[in-house]
Design a binder for this molecule. Structure first.
Ligand SMILES: Cc1cc2nc3c(=O)[nH]c(=O)nc-3n(C[C@H](O)[C@H](O)[C@H](O)COP(=O)(O)OP(=O)(O)OC[C@H]3O[C@@H](n4cnc5c(N)ncnc54)[C@H](O)[C@@H]3O)c2cc1C
Length: 321
């Protein structure tokens, strides 16, 4: 049997490529390998759970086995690709070797972690995937005061969502307005004012310098000396593309895994898409770019080399406040 097209990663990018490819080709073997359980879900919904009254379970759209059947695709879940040999066209996956015809790296991005937060921290969390979200929702049960560190898209969306969930919110960020790197200043001021009016306690122009956990709370120290006590802290200080696997395999990496507009990396027959990819110099950690990429890449994988083109790509900021 022919070697499969292997997709590493079951996020929106991995599944979008598989879906687009199957529209063009129902037969060629596809294999998806993913470190998580392969649940298909819409990641943007993870910051609207309280507003839409949906639990983590209700945000799951399909299981790995449903997706495998729908897409006529083999799946290996809870499987971590440790290494790629681009000359032999093989992968090492948990001690076994897997051959590929073409390879798609859709390994996403990982959260930046504050340097003084221990990875054993019980009362500090970040949300970047469904597993994180399940844990976050468990931690939210029975608590009242939640501090959010970061006033970018994700921090503001969680502030808005948790206010709608009736939590007491402290929102901490280094700039004088929220969303300052994304919006014109007047719009930033408008969202800042709306979050304050909705009840958020804003701590702007402030950096976190220490986080300490006690038996029953987390204490966040700001550079002004102010201390904020909360039941739980959500760290939302940005993401960085997951490039380690590609880098160790000798692929060109920069901010992300470097690729051209056909999503081809520096290695033959190896492509990249989604949050891990740096396309023609741009890292775009949003859904619309990966959808445009999936449509183009599906054609390339099916034998018609195709460059992606981005149309207008609005990013909706989900802070109805
Ligand atoms: C809370 C939140 C809200 C958002 N809201 C919006 C929004 O409103 N609009 C918008 O456009 N974007 C939004 N985004 C961004 C958008 O969701 C992401 O850009 C997109 O989901 C990224 O998908 P991905 O498949 O590239 O990465 P991921 O979802 O991170 O998937 C990566 C996959 O790779 C797997 N993996 C990684 N390394 C390995 C390995 N070595 N071996 C095997 N598997 C591996 C992981 O297990 C995972 O399955 C939001 C993001 C978050 C966190």
């Amino acid at each position: 049997m022919a070697d499969p097209i292997v997709i590493i990663g079951s996020g929106m990018a991995g599944y979008a490529v598989a879906r687009e490819f199957r529209k063009l080709n129902s037969e060629a073997p596809l294999l998806m390998i993913t470190a998580d359980d392969g649940t298909s879900y819409s990641k943007p919904m993870l910051s609207t759970g309280f507003t839409k009254a949906k639990s983590a379970k209700e945000l799951e759209m399909a299981s790995a086995s449903d997706m495998s059947e729908q897409l006529n695709m083999s799946m290996r879940t809870h499987a971590i690709v440790q290494a790629i040999d681009t000359s032999a066209k093989t992968l090492s996956v948990d001690g076994s070797s897997v051959s590929y015809d073409k390879l798609v790296l859709a390994t996403g991005a990982e959260v930046n972690v504050l340097p003084f937060v221990a990875n054993t921290a019980e009362r500090v969390c970040s949300v970047n995937d469904m597993d994180d979200y399940r844990i976050f929702r468990e931690k939210c049960a029975g608590v009242k005061r939640i501090a959010i560190i970061g006033t970018g898209l994700i921090g503001c969306e969680y502030a808005n969502d948790l206010l709608n969930g009736d939590y007491d919110i402290d929102l901490i960020g280094p700039s004088s307005e929220v969303l300052d790197t994304l919006l014109p200043i007047e719009a930033s001021k408008c969202v800042t004012r709306a979050l304050r009016d909705a009840g958020a306690h804003l701590h702007l122009n402030q950096n976190v310098v220490a986080i300490e956990e006690t038996e029953s709370s987390v204490i966040i120290t700001l550079d002004s000396g102010e201390k904020i006590e909360a039941d739980l802290a959500v760290s939302a200080i940005g993401l960085k593309p997951n490039t380690r696997l590609a880098q160790e395999a000798g692929l060109e990496t920069n901010k992300g895994i470097v690729c051209d507009r056909s999503l081809m990396t520096s290695a033959k027959d190896v492509f990249t898409i989604g949050d891990c990819a740096e396309v023609d110099g741009h890292v775009l950690l949003y859904v619309l770019p990966l959808m445009a990429g999936a449509r183009a890449l599906a054609k390339t994988l099916n034998g018609t080399p195709t460059n992606l083109s981005y149309g207008v790509m609005p990013v909706m900021v989900k802070t109805p406040a």
